[in-house]
Design a protein around this ligand. Structure first.
Ligand code: FAD
Ligand code: FES
Ligand code: MG
Length: 315
C-alpha cells in the first residue's frame, strides 16, 4: 500500500499525484517510469515519474484520464492509497552535452519530458521547449517548462492559448530560420512523435522518442510492449522507453496500441455510468487491505517477541 500525500488537478482531465514510495524516490532518474496497480483485480499501468523527493520519500506522477484505470486513479485524493507500485523502470534518458536540444511535448507529455529537460539544461545544453496542447485548459506546467528551458513556446490546436498550431509547426519554423538543432526529444501521442521524426530524420538530427506502448509486467517477460525498430523487436519497458526515432516503426506501434480499443471504450463507458460505486468499492477494498496489513504487522511483532524470548532463554 502506497499512500497518496497530495493530489490536485493541473489541467483538463490531468491530475498530479504525489505518492509515498521512498525506495523509488531514492533511485529515480529522468525518463524513468513506474507501473502501478490500484486493486487486486485491476490492470497495471505505466506512468512516468515527473519528480521525486528522496528526503520526503515521495514520487510525483501526472496522469491524464483517458480510460478506465486513469479515470479511477484521477478520482483518488490525499489520504487514499494505491495497492502497489514498482519502479523505477526503464533506462534513464541519455543526458549529454549535445548543444541545442529541443524538447517537443504534447499535453501530459510535458510532465513526462520535464525531468529530462532539466537534466539537459544542467548539462549545459541550450534547451528549447515546445509544448503543445489541444486547448488552453490542457496547457500544463508552463512555469516549470520556462524554468527548465532557455526558450519556451506554447501552442494550442485551437489557438485558445499561446500560438495556434501544432508543435511540429514550431519545430519547422525554427529549422526554417536556420537554427542549428543538435538533439530532439519528442514525448506525446504517437502521431506527433512520428511527425517530428518525419521532419528531423531527413536532416540527420539525433531524435529520441518516448514510446507509450501497452505494458503489463514492465520486466520484459510478457511481450506486451514489443516495438519494431527496423527489423529488430525490442521491449519498450526494458530496452526503452526512449528509442532512436529514425528506427521506430510507428505504424506497428499505432496498430498495437489500438488492439483493445473496443474493450477499453466499453470499460470506460461502464466506469462513467457507475463512477461513485466503483470509487467506493475501491476505497473499501483498500481499507480492508490496510486492516489486513495492520493485523499481519501485529502478528509479526508478536512472533519477533517470542523469537527474542526463545533466543534469550537459549543463551
Ligand atoms: P484504456 O482505455 O485502457 O486505454 C487507452 C489507451 O491507452 C489504449 O488505447 C492504449 O493505447 C493505452 N494503454 C492502455 N493500457 C495500457 C497499458 N497497460 N500500458 C500502456 N498503455 C496502455 N500516461 C499519463 O497520463 N502520464 C504518464 O506519465 C504516462 N507515462 C507513460 C509512460 C510509459 C513508459 C508508457 C508506456 C505509457 C505512459 N502513459 C502515461 C500512458 C498510460 O499508461 C495510459 O494512458 C494508460 O495505461 C491508459 O489506461 P486506461 O485504463 O486509463 O485507458
Ligand atoms: Fe511486458 Fe514489456 S511490459 S515485456
Ligand atoms: Mg485500461
Amino acid at each position: 500500500m502506497y499512500r497518496i500525500v497530495e493530489a490536485r488537478d493541473v489541467g483538463l482531465r490531468i491530475r498530479q499525484i504525489t505518492i509515498e514510495a521512498p525506495r523509488i524516490a531514492r533511485k529515480q532518474r529522468p525518463g524513468q517510469f513506474v507501473i502501478l496497480r490500484l486493486r487486486e483485480q485491476g490492470e497495471r499501468i505505466p506512468l512516468t515519474i515527473k519528480s521525486s523527493d528522496p528526503a520526503a520519500g515521495t514520487v510525483t506522477l501526472v496522469v491524464q484520464a483517458v480510460g478506465k484505470t486513469t479515470s479511477l486513479l484521477s478520482c483518488l485524493e490525499a489520504g487514499d492509497a494505491v495497492l502497489d507500485i514498482v519502479g523505477p523502470l526503464g533506462h534513464p534518458s541519455e543526458i549529454a552535452k549535445y548543444g541545442t536540444a529541443v524538447i517537443v511535448a504534447g499535453s501530459v507529455g510535458t510532465a513526462m519530458a520535464l525531468p529530462t529537460a532539466r537534466a539537459l539544461k544542467d548539462a549545459d545544453n541550450h534547451v528549447i521547449f515546445i509544448e503543445g496542447a489541444r486547448t488552453k485548459e490542457m496547457v500544463v506546467f508552463e512555469e516549470e517548462v520556462r524554468a527548465a528551458s532557455h526558450e519556451a513556446y506554447i501552442l494550442t490546436d485551437d489557438g485558445s492559448y499561446g500560438k495556434q498550431g501544432l508543435v511540429t509547426k514550431k519545430l519547422g519554423e525554427l529549422l526554417d530560420t536556420g537554427r542549428k538543432i543538435d538533439f530532439v526529444l519528442a514525448v506525446g501521442p504517437v502521431a506527433m512523435m512520428r511527425a517530428v521524426a518525419q521532419i528531423t530524420n531527413p536532416l540527420g538530427i539525433k531524435t529520441m522518442v518516448s514510446l507509450n506502448s501497452i505494458m503489463v509486467d514492465g520486466t520484459g517477460m510478457c511481450g506486451g510492449c514489443r516495438v519494431l525498430l527496423g527489423k529488430e523487436s525490442k521491449f519498450a519497458c526494458v530496452d526503452g522507453p526512449e528509442f532512436d526515432a529514425s528506427l521506430v516503426n510507428f505504424e506497428v506501434l499505432m496498430q498495437r496500441n489500438a488492439m483493445y480499443r473496443d474493450k477499453e471504450c466499453a470499460s470506460l463507458r461502464y466506469f462513467e455510468e457507475h463512477k461513485a460505486e466503483e470509487v467506493a468499492e475501491l476505497r473499501a477494498e483498500l481499507a480492508a487491505k490496510q486492516r489486513e496489513l495492520v493485523r499481519l504487522r501485529k502478528e509479526l511483532g508478536e512472533l519477533r517477541e517470542i523469537t527474542g524470548e526463545i533466543e534469550a532463554r537459549d543463551v
